[in-house]
Design a protein around this ligand. Sequence first.
Ligand code: PEP
Length: 250
Amino acid sequence: TPDIKPLVAGNWKMNGTRDWLSEITTVAGSLDADLRETMDTLICPPATLIYLAAAAVQDTGLTIGAQDCHMAQSGAHTGDISAAMLADAAATHVIVGHSERRTDHGETSDTVKQKAEAVHEQGLIAIVCVGETKQERDEGRTLDVIKDQLAHSVPDNSTSANTVIAYEPVWAIGTGVTPTVSDVEEAHAFMRRLLEDRFAGEGALMKLLYGGSVKPSNASELMAVRNVDGALVGGASLKAADFLAICESY
Ligand code: PEP
């Protein structure tokens, strides 16, 4: 979208130990001035690596994010991590509502919204994920699901500065299968309309990422789709060379 700086974001999921930090520093060291000017780049490693990774990429253009947070900023929530802690660890973004969180941890859109609000309270950027399952698509409910998830997962105080939307069809995640270009175009145009209706000019400027089996070989085709302002990349973000190839395919 004109006037929107694209974002290529990597989601490492539950992968990576300290010996993987070289993948992150390789990406950071390879971002030339041209890339830094044309796009934002982000890698979301597991929480254990955020602080180290953020320290290692300072002032390179690459920033470091988190994959989830709790809706409260502190308290009796054993095992959870708050947005305040992620801000303290120098994360810039927090993914909320990833389909694996919705499925594995029963997160509802209302939970996701509260998490996004906690992210905003800390001055961080929430990457709110939405997307239909295979069954929902087969039943012709794709746009209804997107509409419902957007309406209930995205907080009212969202702006183009504090919120990024990621459309990730669940059946395209980690499967190697992607929607057609026209399916992506339809979903993203639909999201843009809904966000403009709700947030006016801010909705027009929110980054809309596509996610689901993005890899170097299909990135340029997917990123060229109207209203696609970048990618959320899982598997192909684990290797610096693949992640960089996706950035460069823009
Ligand atoms: C994801 O989980 O956000 C994702 C897009 O995964 P993959 O790229 O591996 O399909």
